[in-house]
Design a protein around this ligand. Structure first.
Ligand code: FEO
Length: 401
């Protein structure tokens, strides 16, 4: 059964959601599913903006054929060549042999790598500032390299003031009939997944996102149509502000998250004691995560969100506990910056991880690592309570400032 929705008089959502896929990019858990958005613009010429992942191809083609209602497809605009959006290009060409494909030079290099159909005869190569008139609508092409691949671009419809933003402003989460952000409780139900999507997938490329945001600021944008998740037609400032913070690595919340590894519960116990003392000092909404039991993508989202972090970790094979080590690897890969951090280590005969974690964190930009660090020898004893109070005091001072 088809499922399409009109966005404007001329623009129709023809995407689809996948609630069966366990791991997006075969790495990120998506318990709420994911949507692959595609859009059809009806004008003197018909235009499809991006395709979808192969997993939802059946639904997509049913939607596409319904909205075209016997008309042919004149243009396919390819804003992004990652297979979750480009997978159906070959099938589009088979079904609509007269279709012209619009992309930039890098788009077509990648298309030739992914596909075998004849591309040359149907390609229209665009560059920054080029336009395509389809009748009443005039589409502008804006390059968005590294948001999130080098060939990424966005398309702006001058008539309806719509920005087709590719991966930008996307999020994990299936669309459940409500395709607009103003039809859902975004802050309550979507923000965590939007942050997790941004920080894990585009987080590394903050400066590229900043470049795109600056270009977007020169356009009169009334609506943002991303390739994943809800469409923004109200309160665009909400999501733009989030993107501004995420892409400049500025904390969203003055808050603390404690991330610990604990093999037998002793490090966890010390962390709980610290969390209690932070609460006594007036810190609210403290987040505590066992890194072995929370997906790393969630931890990364939280690391971007908060201003203050505590890492607590036992020694393992004379080094950082492997799960925590992976987290540091990801933090570095994703360019985490601008955090205040406190460290706790645990070791029965060789507690060395505070020094090792400090060395890892010092490689990140603008990290304030508290001089005080707590060493636990197997299990924390009451005699160390003063150290906990001191650490709690120092963190609370920063969070509550
Ligand atoms: Fe949704 Fe970079 O692909």
């Amino acid at each position: 059964m088809y499922q399409v929705r009109n966005i404007t008089k001329d623009l129709v959502w023809v995407g689809a959601s996948d609630r069966r896929l366990a791991l997006f990019e075969n790495i990120f858990p998506i318990s709420r599913g994911v949507s692959y958005n595609a859009y059809v613009l009806h004008d003197e010429k018909t235009v499809l903006l991006d395709t979808v992942d192969a997993s939802v191809s059946g639904q997509f083609f049913e939607n596409l054929e319904k909205t075209l209602n016997g008309k042919t497809l004149d243009y396919l605009i390819v804003n992004h060549m990652e297979p979750d959006h480009c997978a159906m290009i070959g099938d589009i060409v088979s079904r609509y042999p007269g279709v012209k494909i619009v992309g930039n030079a890098k788009t077509f290099t990648m298309m030739e790598q992914f596909f075998t159909f004849p591309i040359e005869e149907r390609k229209i190569v665009v560059k920054e500032g080029d336009t395509l008139e389809t009748g009443a609508h005039k589409l502008h092409f804006v390059m968005a390299p590294m948001v999130h691949w080098p060939e990424a671009m966005v398309t702006y419809d001058e008539k309806d003031k719509v920005l087709f933003s590719a991966d930008g402003f996307g999020t994990f989460g299936a669309l459940n009939g409500n395709i607009f952000a103003d039809e859902v409780n975004f802050d309550r139900d979507w923000l965590d997944d939007a942050r997790r999507y941004y920080t894990n997938i585009v987080g590394k490329y903050g400066p590229s996102v900043q470049t795109l945001l600056k270009k977007a600021a020169t356009l009169d944008i009334q609506m943002i149509c991303p390739l994943h998740g809800p469409i923004w037609r109200e309160n665009l400032g909400y999501i733009l502000e989030k993107y501004q913070k995420w892409s400049t690595y500025e904390a969203e919340d003055k808050a603390v998250a404690i991330m610990y590894a604990s093999m037998y519960g002793n490090t966890a116990s010390a962390v709980d004691a610290l969390a209690g003392k932070l609460a006594e000092k007036g810190v609210k909404n403290i987040a505590v995560y066992d890194v072995s039991n929370v997906d790393i993508s969630t931890l990364i989202g939280e690391i971007f969100r908060v201003s203050h972090l505590v890492f607590a970790c036992p020694t393992y094979n004379a080094g950082i506990y492997p799960v925590m080590s992976n987290l540091f690897h990801d933090m570095k890969a994703l360019n985490v910056q601008n955090k205040t951090v406190a460290l706790m280590e645990n070791g029965t005969w060789a507690a060395t991880t505070a020094k090792q974690m400090r060395a890892e964190l010092e490689q990140l930009k603008n990290m304030t690592i508290l001089e005080q660090q707590i060493t636990i020898k197997s299990a924390m004893k009451d005699a160390q309570e003063a150290e906990l109070w001191q650490m709690a005091e120092e963190i609370a001072k920063g969070v509550l400032a």
